[in-house]
Design a protein around this ligand. Sequence first.
Ligand SMILES: Nc1ncnc2c1ncn2[C@@H]1O[C@H](COP(=O)(O)OP(=O)(O)OP(=O)(O)O)[C@@H](O)[C@H]1O
Ligand SMILES: [Mg+2]
Length: 354
Amino acid sequence: MEIKKIEFKGFRNLFDFSFTPDSNINILMGANAQGKTNITEAIWLFTGAKSFRGAKDREMVGFGKEKAELKMNFLSQGIERDAKIEILNKRKAFLDEKPLKSASHLAGNFCAIVFSPGDLGLVKDGPNVRRRFLDVAIGQLYPVYIELLKDYTRAVAQRNKIIKDYKNNSSISEMLDIFEAEIAEKGAKIVEYRKKYCKKTEPSTAEIYKGISKEKEKLEFSYVSSVEAEYLAEALYNARKTDMFSGVTSVGPHRDDLDFKINGISARSFGSQGQKRSIALSLKLAEAKTIEDIKGEQPVAILDDVMSELDPERQDYILNHIKDRQVFITCCDYSNIKNFEKGTVFNIEAGRIK
Ligand SMILES: Nc1ncnc2c1ncn2[C@@H]1O[C@H](COP(=O)(O)OP(=O)(O)OP(=O)(O)O)[C@@H](O)[C@H]1O
Ligand SMILES: [Mg+2]
């Protein structure tokens, strides 16, 4: 996967300009608030996923602008492709001039991985962060998963809405039956995808972690279901009474989690900060490896502001593992990039490349 050219128009603080990146390492260098992350955020949107900063679509349109437009020319499996994203209130996407049903339909065409400071909390933060990690990774590999997740989320939202009135209206019970059947059916498929992804990616994650820990530590991770998929329908039915009070659906894959063990001991409970960061880093590098194995092509790698958060050994580890592909690294300080000689440095200043 290689970006040949990217064009920005009305996007955040960026000037309207186009940019021809290096086919290998691109270092986006500049002081704070100049637009480095904005550039990587724009690139990431071509994976079909939402902003990795959690921004709403509208927030990415430049202040005072009516809309933003991004264009990308990239090589995938040796074939040149053109993608375009328009952002008004929502993202709209085009691939080779054809409009797509939704921007998420870009998924699977352009593949990238992003590692940003938020990802360093993958182990320490709440389970929603880990589920989102899985969902984004799986969505790029299997775009049908994105639709599945949307249907599932909608069914859970419907159940939440009606469960609040359940007390007052027993005829609602039939509607609950319908939504619970859908939650159970879609939920079982989601769990299947997630478990399959974990199984596929665990060996490389463990291998990478072993390398980072200098062969001293063994990492294992597993998918933890709030309830086994085959019992989900029953569990939903049984949870109606308790869910009535909380107004939320207490079981299902939207409550699942990942569990990490280092040398057999829970990393969340007992791991050091550094160990937790190393797990996050391993998961991200393994994500790239999994995409490569399945798609037969290396994804573009984006490292937003993480180099300064890691010690020199881990910085070196990353650089050794992501070389020989297209990489975008944002950086404020030359001292963090002294180890790469191969890349091109682009100086970002006030929303443009100087
Ligand atoms: N919708 C928008 N329209 C115009 N400007 C925006 C918009 N959203 C964000 N900005 C501005 O873009 C600027 C650059 O943001 P960005 O996050 O890319 O900086 P950065 O170079 O990555 O900085 P840092 O080194 O601090 O991470 C910020 O000053 C922010 O106020
Ligand atoms: Mg930034």
